[in-house]
Design a protein around this ligand. Sequence first.
Ligand code: PEP
Length: 271
Amino acid sequence: MTQSTNKSGGPMSRGYLVAGNWKMNGSSASNAALVEGLLRGIAECPAIDVLVCPPALYLDAVRRHIGAAPIAVGGQNLSDEREPGAYTGELHASMLNDVGCSHVLVGHSERRTLYGENDACVARKFVVAQAGGLIPVLCIGETLAEREADQTEIVLKRQLDAVIAAAGIGAFINAVVAYEPVWAIGTGRTASVEQAQAAHAFIRGVLAANDAKIANSVRLLYGGSVKADNAASLFSCEDVDGGLIGGASLKAPEFLAICASAQILAASLDA
Ligand code: PEP
């Protein structure tokens, strides 16, 4: 993946990344149609990085279909076991790597709330992802109750600190962080530009307290009901380096329109 655009304004440049989380959706036929649609438009977005995360069963087919086009493929989840072995139903990081994944989502709120993944489990997954040659996309975010109780920063810091303690701040050189307020995921309710920027600046600050240079280089994605009509304003925030897109990543025109918003901003930063 390229990092051609200097979002940070400093020597360690961050480029935009737009990632699609297909969740548990699709079929061989619908995935093929979706990839065809993406392939038709991706050449219009040369200044950004694009990633899609299909269900695990389809990773290999999607990767092959994409071929040499500039769309990276990532997993949505992985085992927290360090070594492959007798873990029925699980996927080791090396297997994702083997079928051409470059990234993997770690700690998505649906994994945390529906499958009981706690901070320690998420931290283990982050570590084994990197050990297996993958770039973890660490998802963090507060629930509505936590936001209303003024706990947002406490939750974000706790979720980040668990990973920093397990992996070390140096590990963030090869990681992406996605801020996904749980109340905005799949609800149609998006964080305001001010809320997104404040949370992203806070996250970068927590990383900077450990290493300012690394903090400045980490790509921070916003996720939560991003659509073609709100992407540009969210992505123009100083500390927002792209998006993690759920529902709107399932339709090629909508996802490409979101990518185009990042492309326009990236091209203006390059100019
Ligand atoms: C997500 O699942 O990561 C997500 C952000 O979903 P949506 O865009 O549908 O809110």
